[in-house]
Design a protein around this ligand. Structure first.
Ligand code: AMP
Ligand code: MG
Length: 425
């Protein structure tokens, strides 16, 4: 495991006091380990889990050439090019049955979708194009070409082919594909364990009365919600008071039970409380000022206790900053820790309705509402107040407008990158 200093030496021009977002992401990707325990789960429980091994198909799917339509199976070679083709119907093939017996030249088989194509037959004429009369069908010329409407054995998955690669976060189609291989149990990585807590004496939990000068703790609820979407095991450790013993106990407890610990609050520069001190005592921790808005301060490192260590993400306290730093850094890091293959989030390019002020030299994440213009192109407008404490700006938004490090002000109508929240599954 490299030390934080060793990682820092790999990042060119590393400056913890003014770290560009891309460098911080690079640093974190080098820091975090992946869980390696593999467990086997029943197929339905594998949805949203990380596949631990490549899945190689042991069979052809489908196992036989079969019909893609209800109709009549025939030999493509029998079709006349410029005259109707008359064929004798010699039987019926149903899905799920064994292959029908021999069908000779000049003959055809009434066939249902999914039924096995008998040897020698390679084409299906859909039933809506022909009329069966007195055991014969007449196929007008040009209706089908040889090979039409036949599914080939192994065209979905060929035996020996990798159907899914390790690191895949399994989606509904993948679960269906695993079922089509007859796979009842699926090897997945164990779930990542993430503990989190809030720090600050002003915080009250829902259900408590709000004393003067206090606010309800919302960060634990946004964090819990964002973590649910990542399918990790969460431990909510509540609000921890600004006392060294309480903080130390919380960090030690988290390091012993979790792979990652996420805290919010107490990491800003002017912070008078004990959070930073305790973090620094219990592990190898860096305190960054990231060139971004919102969410400048952040602590990153490892916390150790009882021979176990956990990755620490010490996020700022402001409710919007927590969500933005989570999406900018923590989400990808947790996916990497869970063993997931990297998959860039889908971004939209949308025209900004109004001009946006932005200084080059930092990344800004503005809260935006994306919609369609009359011509079908994407438009984005910024939500009202962009203060880093205004959680309503996140709730009203359906995406984050990402103004990149080098980017300057944006003119009305100029295209900008938007990270839609619905892509953050
Ligand atoms: P801090 O980073 O601890 O200085 O906190 C910055 C601001 O965010 C302060 O106004 C805090 O009251 C607020 N804050 C910190 N933690 C939370 C939380 N868990 N829920 C809501 N607001 C918070
Ligand atoms: Mg605080």
């Amino acid at each position: 495991m490299p030390t934080l200093d060793e990682i820092a030496s790999c990042i060119s021009g590393y400056d913890p006091q003014a770290l560009p977002v891309a460098q911080a992401q690079d640093f974190i990707a080098r820091l975090v380990p992946s869980v390696d325990t593999v467990e086997s789960v029943p197929i339905r429980s594998a949805l949203g889990r990380v596949l631990a091994r490549d899945i190689v198909s042991a069979i052809n799917v489908p196992a036989h050439d079969n019909s893609a339509m209800d109709g009549y199976a025939l030999r493509g070679g029998d079709l006349l090019v410029d005259a109707p083709t008359a064929l004798d119907v010699v039987g019926t093939g149903f899905a799920g049955g064994a292959a029908s017996g021999d069908v000779l030249a000049g003959q055809c088989l009434r066939i249902m979708t999914g039924a096995v194509m008998p040897a020698g037959l390679d084409t299906v004429v859909p039933q809506e194009f022909v009329q069966e009369e007195e055991g014969k069908v007449v196929i007008p010329p040009g209706i089908v070409r040889p090979g039409d409407n036949r599914r080939l054995a192994g065209e979905d998955l060929a035996a020996g082919e990798a159907a899914l690669r390790a690191g895949r976060v399994l989606r509904p189609a993948d679960i269906g594909m695993l079922a089509s291989l007859g796979q009842a149990e699926v090897p997945v990585r164990r779930r990542l364990r993430v503990a989190f807590f809030s720090t600050g004496d002003e915080l009250r939990s829902v259900g408590e009365t709000l004393d003067e000068g206090c606010v309800y703790d919302s960060n634990r609820y946004t964090l819990w919600s964002m973590l649910q979407r990542l399918n990790v095991d969460v431990t909510d450790m509540g609000v921890v008071r600004d006392e060294p013993q309480a903080l130390e106990a919380a960090f030690r407890g988290a390091a012993q039970c979790a792979d990652a610990v996420i805290t919010s609050g107490g990491v800003s520069v002017g912070e008078a409380d004990h959070t930073k001190q305790v973090m620094a005592q219990l592990g190898d921790v860096l305190f960054w000022r990231i060139a971004m808005r919102p969410g400048r301060p952040m602590a990153i490192g490892r916390i150790e206790s009882g021979g176990r260590s956990a990755i620490l993400f010490g996020l700022p306290g402001n409710p919007v900053a927590v969500m933005v730093t989570f999406y900018a850094f923590v989400r990808d890091a947790l996916m990497q820790m869970a063993g997931a293959a990297r998959e860039p989030l889908p971004m939209l390019r949308a025209a900004s309705v109004k001009p946006l002020r932005k200084k080059p030299g930092r990344t800004e994440y503005q809260r935006g509402i994306v919609g369609r213009a009359a011509d079908g192109s994407w438009l984005v407008s910024i939500t009202g107040s962009q203060g880093s404490g205004i959680l309503r700006s996140m709730s009203e938004a359906n995406g984050l407008v990402v103004l990149h490090h080098e980017q300057g002000s944006v003119a009305a109508g100029e295209l900008v990158d938007v990270l839609p929240f619905d892509g953050l599954i």
